[in-house]
Write a protein that binds this ligand. Structure first.
Ligand code: SF4
Length: 312
């Protein structure tokens, strides 16, 4: 809200979803005279329970800003743009696509779409491009923000989506935030972790070379040297094995390659990892043992992306 601008009281509230990121927080939209005048968190929504990060606070101004493009413009020969009708715009785009594909084949066309579309929008675009036009070249800005995480998920868990859900936070007794500044990057998730941490039996471990705001709630903060997190992970696996905390049934049912991983981890004593990571072996070893005894655990999914972001 611009300084000095008076807030208007809404006539009614409508439930909707924040359009800005994949957390998908529920919002309540305050409407007056057909315009959005206020935004607040939806307390009944299972993703955020009424909490919001700062981004949607500016939605009323963004939606009604005069610079927002709400109708088609065509570039004028020379300079500038002219307003055209939707029929003209759609006809022109369709004709150019048709001519390009007719002359050069479907490989000559590509679509770059938004990562902020909803599931139904993606479905419609998929049908239009691959199904109707035969164009396989569809990409989005999601590639920039999620592709490294997806590579990490595939390599670590065999699936391209985060394996945990927000609801798991409510059951976790030990939460390891590994290479994630959740306080700044996922404020709504961080709020849930803070809420969970009110239970005295819940502990939080933060692994990050930087002392971020997330580290402020950590019971144990491990400021390892950059690029050494696999040494820490291997030592953690070794301590879990040495102290008999491996859940054999879980390993049998849900993992593959455990023997190979265990063999590599066997080479990583806490002392060796401490030397490489630059953290104290006794503290990290003790905490790993404590965390392994607690279950279930929840980790911020983004840690998996470190695999593709330069971790050794
Ligand atoms: S975390 Fe912030 S940007 Fe993402 S959906 Fe929730 S309120 Fe919107």
């Amino acid at each position: 809200m611009a300084a000095g601008k008076k807030k208007m009281a809404p006539e009614r509230w409508a439930r909707s979803t924040c359009p800005y990121c994949g957390v998908g927080c529920g919002v309540e939209v305050g409407v007056k005279s057909g315009k959005i005048v206020a935004i607040r968190g939806d307390r009944s929504h299972p993703a955020n329970f009424g909490k919001l990060c700062p981004k949607p606070a500016g939605l009323p101004e963004a939606v009604h800003h005069p610079d927002r493009l709400t109708y088609p413009l065509r570039r004028r020969p020379g300079s500038g743009f002219e307003r055209i009708t939707w029929d003209d715009a759609l006809g022109e785009v369709a004709e150019k696509l048709r001519a390009t594909i007719h002359e050069h084949g479907p490989e000559a066309a590509a679509f770059y779409i938004s990562g902020q579309l909803l599931t139904e929008d993606y479905y419609a675009i998929g049908k239009l491009t691959r199904g109707y036009l035969g164009v396989a070249n569809v990409d989005s800005n999601s590639r920039l923000c999620m592709s490294s995480a997806v590579a990490g998920y595939k390599g670590a868990f065999g699936t391209d989506g985060p394996p945990a859900s927000y609801a798991d936070i409510g059951y976790a007794e030990c939460i390891a935030l590994w290479g994630s500044n959740t306080a700044d990057c996922h404020p709504v998730t961080f709020g849930r972790i803070q809420q969970r941490k009110k239970d005295p039996k819940v502990s939080v471990i933060v692994v990050d070379p930087r002392r971020t705001p997330t580290a402020e709630i950590a019971d144990v903060f491990l400021p390892i040297k950059t690029g050494t997190d696999l040494a820490l992970a291997n030592a953690m696996v070794r301590v879990i094995m040495d102290e008999g905390f491996v859940d054999e049934g879980f390993v049998r049912r849900h993992t593959e390659g455990f023997e190979e991983a265990a063999e590599i981890a066997g080479e990583w004593t806490p002392r060796r990892a401490a030397r490489v990571c630059g953290v104290e072996a006794e503290i990290s070893s003790r905490r790993r043992g404590a965390s392994a005894r607690r279950r279930p655990r929840w980790r911020c999914g983004r840690w998996a992306s470190t695999r593709a972001c330069g971790a050794r």
